[in-house]
Design a protein around this ligand. Sequence first.
Ligand code: ADP
Ligand code: MG
Length: 678
Amino acid sequence: MNRIRLLPEHVANQIAAGEVIERPASVVKELVENSLDAGAGRVTVEIQAGGRSLIRITDDGWGMGRDDALLCLERHATSKIRRAEDLAAIATMGFRGEALPSIASVSRFVLTTREREGNTLEGTRVVINGGKIVEVKAAGSAPGTTIDVRQLFFNLPARRKFLRTEETESAHIQHYLTLAALSFPEVAMTFQKDGRLVWQLPGVKLSSDPGSRPAALRERLRALYPADQKLVPVNLSAGLSTPPDLQASSDGVLDSEFAANSALPVEAPVPSIRIWGFIGAPGISRATREDQHVFVNRRPVENRGLNFALLEGYHTALMKGRYPVCCLFVEIDPAAVDVNIHPAKREVRFHRESEVRKFVAEAIRRALLEYHSPQPAVHSPQSTGVGLPPATQSPERAEAGHVHQPALPHLPAGLQPETNVPLSPKPAQAPLGLGFGPGRPPLVEPTTPTGMAPLAGSRDSQTVPSAPALTQAPAAGSAPVPLLNVPLRLVGVIGKLYVVLESDRGLVLLDQHAAHERILFEQMLNRLEHHQQAPSQKLLLPETVELSARDANFAREQITVLTRLGVGLSEFGERTFLLDALPPFVKVTDSRRFVIELIDELKAAGQEVNTLRLGELTVAKTVCRHAVKANDPLAGAELEKLVTDLRHCAMPYTCPHGRPTLIEMNFRELEKKFGRSQ
Ligand code: ADP
Ligand code: MG
């Protein structure tokens, strides 16, 4: 008996639609991608009732002739690939030839198209209802393509029932359109919702200059997010020249092993990778990934590895449970990434996943470090070639054979912060000029020159010509000058905790304790890097701590790390430990709670992405939280030192847990609050 039957075409299309077309936003995505693939310079999107009653996309792309207009509605009909091999190097948004027949099978669909280059003024109109062609006729139309999708899922009541409210569906549509607008700033985009104009984004002119894409993106970002957030430019390129079989070390970021290996000659052609875009300055984050936009070869993607890479790159500049704000473009040889792993093409798979991840984390890390200490040489996109710049280990560490990386790992020599950051301002540096009193000192030079001046310049700042900070050209065109690179004047302290400062730009508040934590954290890790041992002080009264069997086991494994970080913990019995030393700046009132907190943090860290160096970082972070609370009022000189020390940090804008150390309210914001401006 024959049981098996070939499904009719329209049923097959509906099944495909089940995967590709989840909701109105999927329709918008597929159709806008087609417009972009068709070389459109302008795309208009109109929706009604969250896309349930109407989605209309109009473009001025190259359009289709009559034959193509019919053929494009067949399954697996595409102009974008021809052979299976083409799948390995996809340069268009679409390639599956599934979208149009799928959408047409679950809606009332009208395609009107006219070839841009054609020699007739007549176009073609195809009307389809639930997958059945109703009408094909000649129709007058402007060059380009318009597709109307009405009553999505009208013939699949079950699917229609699953649609959410109009607001939710249009939010999904708007989210996708934001991504498309960011990825294609050169394309003018209009978005209308229920007859109301939401956006009218002009196309941004692109030149052949490599800097024009970031500039165009910046302009689009401004158009989409009028409340200008502080953004840090990212730009790094390299050859992914590590042999593909090299397993990632358990260390989540680039380590010396990677750097060394990347210099090995390899026979296969070296795929190159570039990452560029903008990320929120340290301290800027969101509770969701909503403003985390990542594109691979212009395609918005979700990729767990890239998500981890971002968190790794931000490291201590991001609070736990918070997500970066970013718009990043990864450009990689199309042959090195598989885009055909998800029906809606939302996910991609990198052939060299761990290297891409390391590269991205490294790019973020450098961008954040450079934000504070601009170092053009490292940031240049010309840094192509054999992997990433090598020699990221200090000689001492290389000698000792340590592979883990402390807080500020793999800093190229130029970016390496001072060793053992001195507690007093360096003699060569201009004094901060903080102080109370009626005769306020004039604003003075920052310790670190602003703008593009390399960090090295600050070491012999006497040779650096001094000019008022704010009149110097800011780094990277319109990038804002980091707060700690502008002169600050002390106004006072409130609540024994918040230091009030004034800059040329407005009001600055500094969280004394967060700043102190950051300074101690970096000092501790610098000490560790150069002396293999953070400072430690014997306790007058050692204390015993009793732990559960499991915690005791875990603690035993961690004793070496703890000792290196200045926490003297030793076995004193099966489940009893002796706490007999702590870093000098730490005061612990409840030893048991302190030890358990350390253990818990270490355990939690162990489940996260990067490991090796994490143990030390976690201990250092936790220990710094127990630094003597800086609630006793600090006097002028001490505050001056605090700000100077903070200026010397590599990542001064957040405490080691990612909380901001400084908050700025510029005059514009103040004026707004006081109703002086709109
Ligand atoms: P895919 O994009 O994967 O090729 P689609 O079903 O989305 O598959 O589209 C099928 C074909 O129809 C495309 O390959 C393209 O040639 C043509 N097409 C679709 N939309 C447009 C458009 N807006 N302008 C010009 N051609 C289009
Ligand atoms: Mg398509």
